[in-house]
Every structure is written in C-alpha cells, then in structure tokens.
Ligand binder design. Structure first.
Ligand code: GLU
Length: 485
C-alpha cells in the first residue's frame, strides 16, 4: 500500500486563521493516524497578499501546537523546495508540458483587450467568460511569439463537452458540466502560477495522497481533476472540510478578534484546549468523549466523523474546555501560564503565587481574566460605602463599621499576616460581637479589595496584600464608614 501523505498549504498572509489551523490539524491527524507523512508547503505565489514575517509565524505556530511536519521549507525533504516561489522553473516546465498534453494553451490577449471584452459582455447584461480567442493558435507559432519576447499567459483548455467531476470522501461526487467552466489562467505573465495550477503540480510532485482543505475549493476541484487527467497523473483522494463560522451568517473575522490562533492565545487560552476544541468543530468522534489529548485525537480520528455543514464557533464551549484544561494543570504549570498576566498588575512573590494559584485555578476560564480579578492588589479601587451592605450576608454599614473597628486592633497585633493568623483574628471578632462569620468576613473583604466580587475570601485577600497595605485599607474603610454614618 502506498504511504499516506497529507499536506498543509497555507498562504503567508499574516495570521493563521482558526479554520486554517483546524485544516492543518485534520491533515496532521489523518497522516499520523495512518502512520503516514505530513508536509508543510508555503503557497506564496500571490505576492500582493504576502505579509512579511508571516511564514515564520506559520513555522512557530506549527511548532507551538505540536503539529510537527516531516517535510517542509525549514527542514527540507525529498521533494522540495517547499516554498512555491522557489519552484517557479518547475511550473513553467509543467505548463509547457500541459500544453503538449493538450490540457492548456498559450494566450496573448492583453489586459486592455480582455477588459474591453468583459465590459462589452457585461454592459449587454451577460456574464463574461474568456472567449478562447487564443485557443487555436498553433503551438509552434505561439512558442515563436514567446521566444520573441511577447508577454503571455498559459490557460487551461477545458474540454468542449462532458462533465468534470471528482469524488470527495466527505461530500461524495461533485460534478459540473464543462460548459460552466472557464479556461482559467494557470501561469501568469510574470511566470508565476495561479493557485489553480500550483496546487495540482505540487500535490502531484509531492506525492500527496489525501488533499485536506476548506470547502471554498469544492467548486474548482473538478477543474483540477481535468489537469490531473490531462497529464495522466493519479488523482488524489479529496477531503473538503466546511468553514468555521461565528454564527450562521458570519465568518470569524479579524476585526472581531476571533479569527486567528493568536487572537486566542493572546487572550490566555491554552493551546491544547484550542486544539481540542477545534478538533471537535466539524468532527464527531462518535463517542461522548470531549477532552482529548493530541495523542488521543490521533488514535480516534476518522474521516467518517467529518461533518458536511459549517461549524459554529461556540466561545462559551471553548471557555468551558479551557477551564477544564486550566484545572488539570499542575500548580507549577498554572503559575507559569499565569505569571505574564499577574505581571500586568504586580510582580508577585512566591507566597502570593501560591495563594493566587489556589484561589484562581478552580474558577478561571481564561488566563486573560486574571488582571481584572486581581487589580485590587495594585491599588484599592474607588468604592462607595454602600458596597459594605449585603442583604444575604445581613450586613449593613453600621455593623460593618463595628466589625472593622473590632478587627483592626486584632490584626494590628499580628506581626505577619498569614491566612491562618488573619482567619483566627476574624473569628475572634465573630465571637466578640456574637455575629455570623459572613457578617465579619464580608466587610473585611470589601475593605481590603474594594470589589463586590473578588477571588478568595477576606483571609486570602489579607495575606495577598500583607500587613502594611492591609491595615491601611482597613483604616480607610473605617474612615469611609464614619464619614457616612
Ligand atoms: N494556499 C491555500 C490557502 O491558504 C491552500 C489551499 C489548499 O490547501 O489547497 O487557502
């Protein structure tokens, strides 16, 4: 049996779309599942869309996500180069060959001529399609004109009648009458191929057995098959995967900040959670399992589970999954991931890290939520005395004032504010005033954090802030309540 070879063929346009990453993941899973090879190819023939640094970003993302490739531009391989602009001579050679096979012809129509024809057809209400003016120029004559330096393109010669079709492992047979197809440009005047040509030549020369890519290529794939047929090449298996959408109408978009892999990592999603989530976007394992390591995915992946309909990106579901991954981290790994986010607010001590890990890890969905949860550590937010009131806790401002006044001397007496010491001091106030725990812990936490909601309790907030700052805030709370009394 021939070895399975799949590829990921991104264009270096500046960022890796989440749908693109999913395509890469599926191609990788398919190859790994079949013990085959996974290849990275950079499709950079559209120089206008190219963004500097984009190729490096692709390498980095593949490395970071663990989607290792067996052959690729930066690691080489037997069928390189793996960057299309470095394969220019090949395309020219294969375009000439396709002309010889009868699958293409040289075209000398100028842009002005084509524009004029298009305008004439469209102003008469028709749909323009190239009129095949150059189709019958004898090849020898065309090659003489090319040798004399005349600009030209190579166009695909679509057969005059019949159906063009291909078989897709997800969508079944897709077939179009050839009358609906245009003799599209394969090689441009600048000598670079269009995607329509390069993908066929490269997939064939690189021995790709299974082409996994987005459904936006479904409608042009019959044309690609005609090229394979003209050369007499083996036709690969096709697996087209539907797009990832924000909702039924809208694509994920750069503008909404939900389009690229980086959009998510920069918000503090874990790469393993992102991969796990996108794997299930459009692929059904056929079991109820939802949490998969990359290794488990590799074993479980099968084409039959791929869906035909667009997948809706459900951020709430991703958040849930990310939270699961966060909870599964070791304390060290949690802190390592959390550190850049802590640092937006403060440079934490080891002691603070350990408390923060304990109170944040069980509840956090995204690391990016950390700063808003711990801003109180940097500075006491401005707050109204009404924040001390809490119906359910049965606290009001007069009680809060009594509590803080009772707590203050007890905590002043504590030289080091460990959680245990603070806890004991607060319980002493509970006993002294004959009130419920919440009636003490609530106002103290409010005085320390200035926030209605903060992670952890009063004792944790106290330990995080330390004695000096904590006392300052308690005194401030007392002042605030007294002013309002
Ligand atoms: N370069 C194409 C893209 O980025 C790849 C399509 C394919 O996988 O064939 O959309």
């Amino acid at each position: 049996m021939t070895e399975v070879r799949t590829r990921f063929a991104p264009s270096p346009t500046g960022y890796l779309h989440i749908g693109g990453l999913r395509t890469a993941l599926y191609a990788w899973l398919f190859a790994r599942n079949a013990n085959g090879k996974f290849i990275l190819r950079i499709e950079d023939t559209d120089r206008q869309r190219e963004v500097e640094g984009a190729t490096e970003l692709i390498y980095r993302t593949m490395r970071e996500t663990g989607l290792d490739y067996d052959e690729g531009p930066d690691i080489g391989g037997p069928v390189g180069p793996y960057i299309q602009t470095q394969r220019q001579d090949l395309y020219k050679k294969y375009a000439d060959m396709l002309v010889d096979c009868g699958g293409a012809y040289y075209c000398f129509c100028t842009k002005e001529e084509l524009d004029a024809k298009r305008e004439a057809v469209e102003s008469a209400g028709g749909t323009y399609r190239y009129d095949r003016a150059c189709m019958d120029i004898p090849v020898e004559e065309a090659r003489r004109r090319i040798a004399a330096g005349e600009p030209y393109v190579v166009r695909q010669r679509i057969p005059d009648s019949g159906e063009a079709f291909f078989d897709d492992l997800v969508f079944g047979r897709i077939s179009v009458p050839v009358e609906e197809l245009e003799d599209g440009v394969l090689l441009k005047t600048d000598g670079l191929p269009t995607y329509n040509f390069a993908n066929v030549v490269d997939d064939s020369l690189m021995g790709i057995t299974h082409i996994i890519r987005g459904t936006e290529y479904l409608s042009s794939t019959p044309k690609y098959n005609l090229i394979y047929q003209a050369y007499g090449w083996d036709i690969p298996q096709y697996i087209h995967v539907p797009p990832v959408m924000r909702d039924a109408q809208h694509k994920l978009s750069k503008r909404h900040g939900d389009a690229s892999y980086e959009d998510f990592t920069s918000k503090g999603y874990l790469k393993d959670a992102i991969l796990n989530y996108i794997a299930l976007l459009g692929w059904n394992p056929g079991t109820t399992q939802e949490i998969f390591t990359l290794e488990e995915l590799q074993k479980a992946f099968h084409v039959e589970g791929l869906s035909k309909s667009p997948a809706i990106f459900d951020v709430a579901k991703l958040n849930w999954m990310n939270a699961e991954y966060i909870r599964a981290l070791s304390a060290e790994a949690f802190t390592e991931n959390a550190l850049p986010w802590y640092r937006k607010v403060l440079e934490p001590t080891a002691e603070q890290c350990s408390i923060l890990c304990r109170i944040l890890q069980p509840r956090l969905e995204i690391f990016g939520q950390i700063p808003e949860k711990i801003v109180f550590l940097a500075a006491l937010p401005e707050y109204e005395p009404a924040l001390f009131e809490h119906k359910k806790m049965k606290t009001d401002q007069p009680l809060a004032l009594r509590v803080l006044k009772s707590v203050l001397p007890k905590l002043e007496a504590e030289p080091v504010w460990t959680e245990e010491a603070v806890h004991a001091a607060l319980l002493a106030t509970v006993a002294e005033l004959g009130v419920k725990n919440g009636q003490v812990f609530w106002p103290v936490r409010i005085a320390l954090t200035g926030m209605a909601v903060s992670p952890g309790g009063a004792d944790e907030a106290a330990a995080l802030l330390g004695r000096e700052e904590g006392l300052r805030r308690l005194r401030f709370g007392i002042e605030l309540l007294e002013k309002n009394a």
